[in-house]
Design a protein around this ligand. Structure first.
Ligand code: EPZ
Length: 431
């Protein structure tokens, strides 16, 4: 149980390199279950969630070799297609082994992932998708169990809409089940996130026939078998966006390299509206230094499916708007209850109140350091950003949340001039 100790008030300065995308890498690792040949992934981030996924894949028969940012996986189809509760409960994304198991082995038994601190998070769209491909799906003792008819899934038309629009996870899971189906499948109301496109590109490199990824309608011609391939994971737009906001919130010059600026259009537009100076190139974004007395303009955002403003940058935006010169409204449309960070930012002296699915942020001239508690991955990133500008010392507890999605964030922020370090948590009671 570590904490971060942050001495706030220093404008960041320097360059940081974006790692591979967690939310692209996790389902892509699961795609290795679709072939007996070797899938080699490059630009794999060093994160606890990646290690969790590799642990589940080993239970499902995968042989894993890691060297640096490369991971090679080869799967023996003999292992039982069962992903147990004690592994799946740790990481929701592990439910995306379901599609590859069902598509490749004709059967899957995966624990229900359950909810987390950002919301209920059902899997009904996943289940509807597998049924549309021809699977018989039932739940038993907390597990979702599916069987394909003899000869494998026939394929079909799957409508993947959810209450908030599309589902990233359901689109990827059903896509991975459909690539080995006997016939043609059409996924409509599909998610358009770059992580969906990256997975489709990887599957096509393995010999699949996926068309239209990145649009709401994806067509998949089932093939007999997939082969091995090598694929580089796309840069992490959420990690890159978090470092851009770190530059903006401290008023510093931060250059985020090896990223895809075109994947962050909604964030860059909002930063521009807030008065943040930005420069960008083909694979970099740089915040321009700002006079510390110059406050940002209050700027409303509403989270939406891609290419709208990402829900995974909502908390970071709240930290930024806590210091804006006026009132901004943040509306969370994807996970309506995703506001665990709000109460903790209040502890730093912010003025924010909930109003149904929105948060009304009344900017204050300054924040002051305190002990605060992380509750989930992106909330903890926002608390670190707020700590970078808060006067005095901030202690962020339970940083294991942040290690799930950010590689050595304290080292990289220190390299940008922040005063931040990790130490064992001697204050908090054990979990
Ligand atoms: C992915 O989660 C990401 N995780 C999340 O990032 C991200 O917040 C989310 O997409 C939205 O962009 C990974 O890629 C591993 P969804 P996922 O299915 O796939 C509802 C992070 O911080 N829904 O698109 O689970 C659901 O409750 C994480 O890195 C249903 O109703 O999200 C939510 O309200 C957090 N039924 C909405 O759809 C379903 O069957 C979007 O969920 C599935 C989802």
């Amino acid at each position: 149980m570590d904490i971060f100790v942050i001495q706030g008030g220093r404008p960041l300065q320097g360059t940081v390199r974006t790692a591979g995308a967690k939310n692209s890498c996790l389902p892509m690792l699961a795609a290795a279950l679709l072939t007996e040949e070797t899938l080699e992934l490059e630009n794999v981030p060093d994160l606890s969630d990646v290690r969790s996924m590799l642990g589940i894949l080993e239970v499902l028969g995968a042989k894993v070799e890691r060297s640096g940012t490369s991971v090679a996986l080869r799967t023996e189809p003999s292992a039982q297609p069962v992903a147990p509760w004690d592994l799946v409960r740790k990481m929701r994304a592990s439910f995306e082994v379901f599609g590859p198991l069902l598509g490749r082995r004709g059967r899957a038994e995966v624990s229900y992932p359950g909810g987390c601190s950002i919301g209920v998070r059902p899997v009904d769209a996943h289940i509807r998708g597998f049924e549309a491909l021809g699977a018989i799906v039932r739940t038993r003792e907390g597990y979702v169990v599916a069987e394909a008819p003899p000869g494998g899934l026939p394929g079909g038309e799957a409508y993947l809409a959810t209450s908030s629009g599309s589902s990233v996870g359901a689109t990827r899971n059903v896509m991975m089940a459909a690539v080995l189906a006997r016939g043609r499948s059409v996924l409509s109301c599909a998610a358009c996130e770059p992580e969906v496109v990256d997975l489709a590109n990887c599957l096509n490199a393995m010999g699949a026939k996926v068309h239209g990824a990145g649009s709401p309608t994806i067509e998949i011609e089932g093939v007999e078998a997939l082969h091995g391939a090598r694929h580089a994971v796309v840069p992490d737009r959420i990690e890159a966006g978090t470092y851009v906001v770190a530059g903006a919130i401290t008023g510093g010059r931060v250059r985020v390299e090896a990223c895809r600026p075109e994947h962050l259009t909604a964030l860059l537009d909002a930063l521009y509206r807030a008065g943040v100076g930005l420069e960008r190139g083909r694979d970099w974004i740089e915040t321009q230094p700002r006079d510390p007395r110059e406050r940002l303009r209050p700027t409303d955002i509403t989270t939406q499916p891609y290419p709208g403003f990402p829900t995974d940058l909502q908390a970071q935006w709240m930290a930024l708007m806590a210091l804006a010169d006026g009132v901004s409204v943040i509306t969370e449309r994807i996970f309506p209850d995703r506001y665990m960070h709000l109460a903790e930012i209040l502890r730093l002296g912010a003025r924010i109140r909930r109003q149904e699915t929105a948060a009304v942020v009344e900017g204050v001239p300054a924040l002051s350091g305190a002990s605060i508690m992380a509750s989930d991955l992106r909330a903890s990133a926002a608390l670190v950003l707020a700590g970078l500008v808060a006067q005095g010392q901030t202690k962020v507890h339970r940083v294991y949340h942040i290690d799930r999605g950010y590689e050595r964030i304290e080292e990289r922020l220190s390299a940008l001039g922040a005063s931040i370090w990790r130490e064992p948590d001697t204050d908090s009671p054990p979990l």
